[in-house]
Design a protein around this ligand. Sequence first.
Ligand code: AOF
Ligand code: ZN
Length: 327
Amino acid sequence: MRLAIAESERVRGTTSPNPPVGCVVLDRNGEAVGFGATQPVGGPHAEVMALKQAGARAQGGTAVVTLEPCAHYGRTPPCTEALREAGIEHVVHAVSDPNPRAAGGAKVLTDSGITVESGLLEREVSRGPLRAWLHYARTGRPHVTWKYAASLDGRTAAQDGTSQWISSETSRAEVHDQRAKLDAIIVGSGTVRKDDPALTARDAGGIPLARQPLPVVVGMSDLPAGAKLRHTALHLRTRVPDEVLDALAARGVVDVLLEGGPTLAGAFIGAGRVDRVLAYIAPALLGDGPAAVLGAGVSTITDAVRLTVEDVTMSGPDVRISAVPRT
Ligand code: AOF
Ligand code: ZN
């Protein structure tokens, strides 16, 4: 399953609105003979890719998949059929498919005499590669990660507004890698005026990576004539988070990064539309600079948006914290 997760990670950012699924086929002796991951929409699912590589060695073997194999004719035929035809005798999957159109694969497989085991590394998969898609499948809305960098005292800039570079080079490189695996990045039009970001994913040498997320600018005002995003971004003239998310869902966007600024972050937090907070905290104190969030609707301590920390990791000299709202 760890190998299947690694396969799925490779295609993250290329499959939406379908899930990035990974699959490994083992032959009857338990040797890994086929690896596969979901292809872009309309293309083969992970199981079909792995079976193709395994060829005749799949006969009597096991398929290990991060998501329950689909049982439906969608844009592609059911994976349950492909597994049966290849002579697979055992299927192990991590997460059950919440999509009512595709679900039921486990039962179809069992009914045709294949043994099925569900739930292996379910937590890793549902928090990792399938997290955004599971949220999208259950709610119909894209999954929103709000990312920010701040000083240890929670400031995102100095008093005079200067903010380059609070976080370390390591953290910034990490952010570029993440961008390449996303469907879209949202910023407010205020950030475009202030910082003129390109929102591209770049390597250490500043060269754009092959895979680029859709840049999205949110706000009522026009973008400045010379802005880098003026001709590349989708400009949504609203400040209402659900209108933004509906417009993105309609374009098949599943996994979104919200990058700023503080007013837009406040609007999403206040509307309950931040599904994960990713904070890069630099060991610096800025004193009187602006805060990371404005107007999240918290006026007294009992209104605080309480989170649960999922992960804390050092990112160079910075601390990276991943936290999710308490349910
Ligand atoms: C799998 N393996 O690799 C993926 C699955 O329109 P289709 O035919 O591409 O089907 C899309 C649905 O199939 C998607 O919403 C999800 O429920 C499931 N995705 N299933 O067996 C895969 N990507
Ligand atoms: Zn399938």
